[in-house]
Design a protein around this ligand. Structure first.
Ligand code: NAD
Length: 459
C-alpha cells in the first residue's frame, strides 16, 4: 500500500466521522452486531486461518479467540447504553448554582495495530472498544499471521460499514505509512521496541496511545499448595496458551530449592498426561509461528550458559516448526533466556532460599504484564499483592484474569500503558469530556474587577 492510500483512507474516515454517523447509538449497535455475525457465520474460515498461521488447536481457537471475541461483543452490546450515559457529578459551592456531568466522547479516527499470536482476538477486541465508543477505525492486523490477516480484511470488508471501519493489511512499510498520519488515538499490541516507534510517531501529533506490550511474567510457587492443581494450571497457561506464545504466559518459575524435586516430578507427570511421550507429535499444542521465531527460541536454548540446564523436553523439529515443552533448572541470571521475554515453550525454574525472596527478585526487574503466585499462605499473598507491581496479579491460577471483563487488562512500565476489556475498552477509546452547566442567576459581583480589599476578603 502506498503512503497516499493511508492518507486517502484517513481522509475518508474523517469525513465519515465528521458527519456524526459513528456517534449514533444505532450505528454502534449495528456494527457490533455485524462483528458478532462474522464470528458466528465464519467459524470454520477463522479456525482454518488460525490453523494455517499457528497450527493452533481447535479448542484453543474457539475458547481463546472466537468465543472471547463474541463474549466481548455481547458484553458491549448489553452495556453500551449504560456506558454512553453521561455521569452526573457533584458541584462545589464556588459554582453554585450549577450542575455537572462527564460526557464520554469518541476520540475520532483511531488506529489499531495488532499482533500475530492471537491474531483474531487481539485484532477485534480493541476494535469492539473503538466502535462501542463511537470512533471510526483502521485495523492493521499482523503480517506474521497472514491467513488471519487476510480473513479479517475480507470479512470486515463484507460485513462492516467501510466508510468508517477499514482493515489495512501489511508489514513495516504499510504500518510506517499509517503511523505518519494524524490519528486521534493509537492502540498498539506487540513488543516494546515497536511500541517505542509507535509512541514516537504518535508524539508528532500529540496522539494518545495505548501500548499493550509483554514482559517476563513470573510464577512463584510456594510449598503448602495443591501441587497437582497448581501444576495443571501452570501448564494450561504456558503450553496450553499457544505453546507459550502468549503475552501473559508464565515466563519463569521461582520456587525454593527444597520444593524443586516435587514440583518437577509433578510437572513431568502432568505434561506427559496432556501431550504424551512424544509432544512434538501432539495435536494439542501450537507450532512456533515461523522460522525466525523458531531460531530465536533455539538461540535461547543453545546459549552456552544453559545447555546443561534442560531437565525436561528440549526436542525440536525445525521442518514442522515444533518445540516440545521444555523445562530448565537454575539458569544463570545473565543467560539470554533470563534477559528477554521467552514467548515460547521454554520454562526456566529459578530457586531461592525462602519463597519470600521471590518478591525482591521480581522487583529488581522490569515490571511484568502478569505475576502469578501459588500459595496457601495468606500473609505471603498479601505481601505479594502489596509489593509486586505488574499489569495484573493472579493468585493460585494463571492467565484467567484476562478473561474477567470487570478487570482492566494492560501493562505498567515496560509491559505497557493504558488498559482495555469490558468497560475499560470503551474508556480507552473515549475522552471524558467535562461539562458544567450554569444559569444566569447567582452572579457574584465580587468575582469582577475592580478588585477591592472588601472583595478579596469576601472571596
Ligand atoms: P508482531 O510482529 O505481530 O508486531 C506487532 C505489530 O507491529 C504488527 O502489526 C507489525 O506489523 C507491527 N510492526 C512491526 N515492526 C514494526 C515497525 N518497525 N514499525 C511499525 N510497526 C511495526 O508482534 P510481536 O511484537 O512479535 O508480538 C509479540 C509481543 O507482543 C510480545 O512481547 C508479547 O508479550 C506482546 N503481546 C502483548 C499483548 C498484550 O495484550 N499486552 C498481546 C499479545 C502480544
Amino acid at each position: 500500500m502506498a503512503m497516499v492510500d493511508a492518507e486517502a483512507i484517513v481522509k475518508e474516515l474523517r469525513e465519515t466521522y465528521a458527519s456524526g454517523k459513528t456517534k449514533n447509538y444505532e450505528w454502534r449497535v449495528s456494527q457490533l452486531k455485524a462483528l458478532l455475525k462474522i464470528a458466528e457465520h465464519h467459524e470454520k474460515e477463522i479456525v482454518d486461518a488460525l490453523n494455517s498461521d499457528l497450527s493452533k488447536p481447535e479448542l484453543e481457537c474457539f475458547v481463546h479467540e472466537i468465543s472471547m471475541m463474541k463474549t466481548s461483543c455481547k458484553h458491549a452490546l448489553k452495556e453500551l447504553k449504560r456506558w454512553m450515559k453521561p455521569e452526573k457529578v457533584k458541584t462545589s459551592l464556588t459554582t453554585f448554582p450549577s450542575s455537572a456531568e462527564i460526557v464520554p466522547e469518541p476520540f475520532g479516527v483511531v488506529l489499531v495495530i495488532s499482533a500475530w499470536n492471537y491474531p483474531f482476538l487481539l485484532s477485534l477486541d480493541p476494535v469492539i472498544g473503538a466502535i462501542a465508543a463511537g470512533n471510526a477505525v483502521v485495523l492493521k492486523p499482523s503480517e506474521v499471521a497472514p491467513a488471519t490477516s487476510s480473513v479479517l480484511a475480507k470479512l470486515l470488508g463484507e460485513y462492516m460499514d467501510v466508510t468508517a471501519i477499514r482493515v489495512v493489511e501489511g508489514a513495516v512499510p504499510e504500518t510506517t505509512a499509517l503511523l505518519e498520519q494524524k490519528w486521534d488515538k493509537i492502540f498498539y499490541t506487540g513488543n516494546g521496541k515497536v511500541g517505542r516507534i509507535v509512541m514516537a510517531a504518535a508524539a508528532k501529533h500529540l496522539t494518545p496511545v495505548v501500548l499493550e506490550l509483554g514482559g517476563k511474567s513470573p510464577v512463584v510457587v510456594d510449598s503448602n499448595i495443591n501441587l497437582k492443581v497448581a501444576v495443571r494450571r501452570i501448564i494450561a497457561g504456558k503450553w496450553g496458551c499457544n505453546n507459550g506464545q502468549a503475552c501473559i504466559s508464565p515466563d519463569y518459575i521461582i520456587t525454593t530449592k527444597e520444593n524443586v524435586p516435587k514440583l518437577l516430578d509433578a510437572m513431568k507427570l502432568e505434561l506427559e498426561k496432556f501431550y504424551g511421550n512424544d509432544p512434538l507429535k501432539s495435536g494439542d499444542i501450537s507450532r512456533i509461528v515461523n522460522a525466525n521465531h523458531f531460531h530465536r527460541l533455539s538461540k535461547l536454548l543453545d546459549d552456552n550458559k544453559v545447555v546443561d540446564k534442560v531437565v525436561h523436553g528440549g526436542q525440536r523439529d525445525e521442518n514442522n516448526l515444533k518445540i516440545a515443552p521444555t523445562i530448565l533448572l537454575d539458569v544463570p541470571e545473565d543467560s539470554l533466556i533470563m534477559k528477554e521475554e521467552i514467548f515460547g515453550p521454554l520454562l526456566p525454574i529459578l530457586t531461592v532460599n525462602k519463597v519470600e525472596d521471590s518478591i525482591e527478585f521480581i522487583n529488581a526487574r522490569e515490571k511484568p504484564l502478569a505475576a502469578y503466585l501459588f500459595t496457601g499462605n495468606k500473609k505471603l499473598e498479601e505481601e505479594f499483592v502489596r509489593n509486586i507491581s505488574a499489569g495484573g496479579l493472579l493468585i493460585n491460577d494463571t492467565t484467567l484474569h484476562l478473561a474477567t471483563s470487570t478487570l482492566p487488562f494492560g501493562g505498567v512500565g515496560e509491559s505497557g500503558m493504558g488498559s482495555y476489556h469490558g468497560r475499560f475498552s470503551f474508556e480507552a477509546f473515549s475522552h471524558k469530556k467535562a461539562v458544567l452547566r450554569r444559569s444566569f442567576g447567582g452572579d457574584v459581583p465580587a468575582r469582577y474587577p475592580p478588585y477591592t480589599p472588601e472583595k478579596v476578603r469576601f472571596l
